[in-house]
Design a binder for this molecule. Structure first.
Ligand code: NAD
Length: 392
């Protein structure tokens, strides 16, 4: 019996497991997912948990429920080492797993770019626990503001104006007026900054949609500082390249991601910390190792700019890998990874959004964009649940 070990229970890992099980029976392959949490987390919706719009169960689906019924084992543990030449992985508990095929789908890590004080003094939004931490911290600071009147407690700085930062401030300006009312605080006392080093927030969108997003969020209370980098952070201050210092007791860093250190350092071929892969998503140095999602650097055919690290790509990579695991064991032809782009959508709170969808990049704004964003989440959820019910 072949041993398939899948590292990571995110989009790439779960879809790889589900698809592999459709093609490989339980007598052909034992499939095990190792994940540091017991849940599959819908990270594209974490901003809503951080803002308090949804509950944790909406973004943290029990992994065992999702894949247990199709005879995929779930091990809740943290991967500490991959030994590709020995075909082994080592876990924090001390367990060692031997594999015939490995799927590396560990996602990415926060990139602090070496900015002094940032890692120690900021919150991030990479997991449901992080989102809960942000919500709790903001509420505690608001209580402290009510007690002491210290404006640093009523000031939130979100560093990074990418999709994560922008969607997060959208939730804040939607939800915090309500939170403030309940606490007897005037929402107008709050200052919510979104600081972006580049000339523009969310530069993947056309100018007209960026302006729409900035106008919508500014009207509701977000102050955008663009073209200015964060250069240092302490527990109570954020220093900017312009020389300005923001006094804040809430610093949330959404300034970027980098490849997972375990992948970059394990001995498989890599490019700046992300594994290089073939068109069938096998490591270019170790064909028995497949790599999905943010851990891999994947170029479009003939292109020189890699695909961005998005959930929709991770999910599709997982499916290609699931098919190719069966081909690896049975000797058939491998499928080439050929992604389909359904578009990019950004929520600006619950009732507003922007985006482009479809092959002709149809632009959306306002309620239709919010609806599409909601629909894409429902589509994903029914896809992961549906695949599982289709299993033999
Ligand atoms: P990102 O890298 O896309 O954006 C980070 C932003 O922080 C950049 O605009 C960068 O210029 C800025 N920045 C970097 N250093 C800075 C500094 N010192 N001071 C101020 N700003 C600084 O990161 P992200 O937003 O976390 O997104 C990561 C990936 O996940 C992206 O590929 C994104 O498309 C994807 N994502 C998608 C969605 C969605 O589809 N709705 C939501 C969230 C994330």
């Amino acid at each position: 019996m072949k041993q398939v070990v899948i590292l990571g229970g995110g989009y790439g890992g779960v879809l790889a497991a589900q698809t592999a099980r459709k093609h490989l029976s339980s007598s052909e392959a034992n499939i095990t997912i190792v994940n540091r949490y017991p849940s599959h987390q819908i990270i594209t919706e974490l901003h809503r948990l951080a803002g308090g719009t949804i509950e944790e169960k909406a973004v943290a689906l029990p992994l065992k429920k999702l894949v247990g019924a199709i005879d995929v084992n779930v091990v809740v543990d943290t991967v500490t080492a991959i030994k590709p030449d020995d075909k082994q992985v080592v876990l924090e508990s001390g367990s060692v797993f031997r594999y015939d095929a490995l799927v590396v789908a560990l996602g990415s890590e926060t990139n602090y770019f070496g900015i002094p004080g940032l890692e120690e003094n900021s919150l991030v939004l990479k997991s449901a626990a992080d989102a809960n931490r942000i919500r709790q911290h903001v509420e505690e600071r608001l209580d402290a503001y009510k007690a002491s009147g210290n404006t640093a407690d009523a000031t939130i700085v979100v560093g990074g104006g990418g999709l994560t930062g922008v969607e997060l401030v959208g939730e804040f300006v939607d939800k915090l007026p309500d939170v403030c009312r309940k606490k007897g605080i005037n929402f107008a006392d709050l200052t919510i900054y979104c600081v972006e080093a580049g000339p523009s927030i969310i530069p993947m969108f056309p100018k007209v949609l960026i302006e729409r997003a900035m106008e919508s969020l500014s009207k509701r209370g977000v102050i955008f500082l663009t073209g200015v980098a964060i250069t240092e952070a302490t527990a109570n201050t954020v220093s900017l390249k312009s020389g300005q210092t923001l006094e804040s007791n809430t610093i949330i860093w959404t300034g970027g991601v980098k490849g997972h250190p375990i992948v970059g350092g394990c001995g498989i071929a890599e490019d700046r910390g992300r594994a290089t892969v073939t068109s069938s998503l096998q490591s270019t140095s170790h064909p028995d190792v497949f790599v999905a999602g943010d851990c891999a650097v994947v170029f479009p055919e003939g292109g020189d700019r890699p695909f961005p690290p998005t959930a929709q790509l991770a999910w599709q990579m997982g499916e290609t890998i699931g098919v190719n695991l069966a081909a690896l064991f049975r000797g058939g032809a491998m499928e080439k990874f050929s992604p389909v782009f359904s578009g990019t959508l950004a929520s600006l709170g619950r009732k507003d959004g922007i985006g482009f969808i479809g092959g002709n990049n149809t632009q959306l704004k306002g309620w239709p964009a919010s609806m599409m964003k909601e629909a894409s989440n429902v589509r994903y959820l029914s896809h992961v649940h549906g695949l599982f019910s289709l299993a033999y």
